[in-house]
Design a protein around this ligand. Structure first.
Ligand code: SF4
Length: 481
């Protein structure tokens, strides 16, 4: 018997830390739609703003799928919407500030339209301090739910709509795998496919293990049938998602791992496969063999290193050394043809000396990443690193970030210049943001290419001869054949 009750539940870091050895539950019947919620959204609109990673983007599409199942129509602005949801990211301070700014800006709208429902969900909703602040300072927020109970939106919304009470239901649990939820995908060409959820790596600066629960894999049958459905629907590209995809299957104890899954997805015939995010710690030779062997697995690897100094890596609890990372990096460059590698780097981690930062710069100069996402360290409530003295001044952090960006940009431009004269396969996504006459799309190496071409080819994979290179993009012209 389904439980339609709503529980007033705030997040608890203590509970979120817990991990059990029990296998995670796979729930095929997790969607709760009370009878009186069918069609509740007819003639009404919803607005959802999603921040952060691909995993949160995929959650955003599931939330949209559920609201559309209830009859709501998507809106691209909140002024004319009846439901407004901020699907948040907790990874850095500036993400926090943006959300509080946006919630603050909704106060007037709520005062003028008391009927609308304003909700906050996603990773920030899993943080104790955030929920306290929302309840204390933002009376315009009616609904707060987390990353583990998206499937319960219909009954949480029902409570918010009918009881006019504030609804706070955030589950700080290890989590289950919930299948069969509706998805309203943003794109008709490229699709996110979750393969696993959560993370057990507990890097000392990271909030994800507390906001997303324990590492839990979907069953391969469910993933393969989802991809086969996407092939039937004409999708050109899937991105397999997980906080740490390389750990896929380890919790299922069947010996079936990410290399096996990747090979089976490749055999579905989907034209393009990507996957994020990888952790150097679980990257096997078998995975490299599969990536190199299948043409429809894209030669693009996002491999966060975070720091180029072993002592800092140890304090981050990344569990690999710079030498081990370099070993993997060169294996990928040597064994995967035309392999493009990007990374994540944090500057100003507690205790990071000038010399340790120089080690990071030296590594970036040596490895020449195709690009890198670079961040200033910001303490996350409840993480082990937040208890370390954040002793690098903000000015020093900014100086280090600028130096790093300069180095990373130089490598990116150098590598992009080597593409001039090559012909690349590009999935045409549409016209370029800057110029309607120019088409735009990503190459197999995940390079953004702007090129002169035929608009009829939008949605197709075509060949483009590269004629120019900038730091973050390539220019070219369409070639036949
Ligand atoms: S691997 Fe580390 S950085 Fe990545 S999600 Fe897990 S804890 Fe966070």
């Amino acid at each position: 018997m389904k439980d339609y009750s709503v529980y007033f539940k705030k997040p608890s870091l203590k509970e979120a830390r817990r991990r059990s050895r029990e296998p995670s539950n796979i729930n095929y019947d997790g969607l709760y739609v009370p009878d009186d919620m069918h069609g509740i959204g007819k003639g009404k609109k919803y607005y959802i703003r999603t921040y952060g990673c691909q995993g949160n983007q995929a959650d955003g599409e599931t939330i949209s799928g559920i609201l559309e199942l209830l009859g709501y129509e998507k809106s691209d602005n909140f002024e004319n919407s009846h439901i407004i949801l901020l699907n948040t990211c907790a990874i850095r301070e500036n993400a926090h500030n943006k959300v509080f700014g946006e919630v603050g800006a909704l106060k007037k709208l709520k005062a003028n339209n008391p009927e609308i429902v304003i909700g906050v969900c996603g990773c920030m909703a899993q943080e104790e301090g955030v929920v306290e602040k929302l309840l204390r300072t933002y009376p315009q927020v009616d609904l707060i739910f987390g990353t583990h109970n998206i499937n319960r939106i219909p009954i949480l919304l029902r409570e918010a709509l009918f009881s006019k009470e504030k609804v706070v239901e955030v589950l700080s649990i290890a989590g289950e795998v919930i299948e069969n939820l509706p998805v309203a995908r943003e794109s008709k060409l490229k699709a996110w496919v979750n393969i696993m959820f959560g993370c057990d790596k507990f890097c000392t600066y990271c909030i994800v293990p507390f906001t997303r629960g324990k590492e839990r894999s979907r069953l391969k049958e469910d993933i393969i049938s989802e991809v086969e459905g996407l092939v039937k629907d004409g999708y050109q590209e899937v991105t397999l998602l997980g906080q740490n995809v390389n750990a896929y299957g380890q919790d299922l104890d069947t010996g079936y791992d990410f290399a096996n899954l990747l090979e089976e997805v490749a055999k579905t015939g989907i034209p393009r496969i990507r996957f994020v995010t990888s952790h150097p710690w679980n990257f096997s030779d078998e995975m490299i063999r599969v990536i190199a062997e299948y043409d429809n697995i894209m030669p693009y690897i996002h491999l966060p290193i975070q720091s180029g100094d072993d002592d800092i890596l140890a304090k981050m609890s990344r569990r690999y050394t710079v030498e081990e990372y370099k070993g993997l990096y060169y294996k990928l460059r040597n064994r995967v043809k035309n392999c493009s590698i990007t990374t994540d780097i944090i500057v100003g981690f507690p205790g990071e000396s000038e010399a340790q930062f120089e080690n990071t710069l030296k590594l970036v100069k040596e490895l020449d990443f195709d690009s890198a996402y670079t961040f200033i360290y910001s303490p996350r409530e409840g993480t082990p690193a937040s208890k370390m003295r954040d002793d690098v001044t903000h000015d020093d952090k900014k100086v280090r970030l600028q130096k790093l960006i300069k180095e990373v940009s130089a490598s990116a431009l150098k590598i992009n210049k080597e593409y001039v004269g090559r012909t690349l396969k590009v999935l045409v996504e549409g016209t370029s943001k800057k110029n309607e006459k120019i088409l735009s799309g990503y190459s197999e190496e995940n390079k953004l290419v702007n090129f002169k071409g035929r608009k009829d080819d939008i949605g197709k994979i075509i060949k483009v001869k590269i004629t120019g290179a900038k730091t973050w993009t390539l220019q070219g012209e369409q070639v036949d054949g």
